[in-house]
Ligand binder design. Sequence first.
Ligand SMILES: [Zn+2]
Length: 115
Amino acid sequence: MPNEPELRQARLAENEVLYRNVNERIEDINQVFDAVATIGGEWICECSDMSCTTPIKATLAEYEAVRANPRTFMVAPGHVFRDVERVVRGNERFTVVEKLGAAAEVAEQHYARAD
Ligand SMILES: [Zn+2]
């Protein structure tokens, strides 16, 4: 019998990694804008909802602080899946979540591959 909670955690993490890859491309663009303006960039919510494309306002520094840890993701407020992650910190614009268990392992494997 497959371990259902672990399969679910892995699937949810795969989705967040997908959006992280999208945000890495956005990061390239935001770096250009950051050079000409001090306003924060816009990012895509990295939550586990496959259909979610909620925009998040955050500065490049804020995004990079989250990105620096392969287990943490930037999601819109309330977009937290408590069976696979825990809230690390947050503000009125976004919440930072940390993957747990199998989801964290998937996230770290993808992080290693992307770099
Ligand atoms: Zn979301």
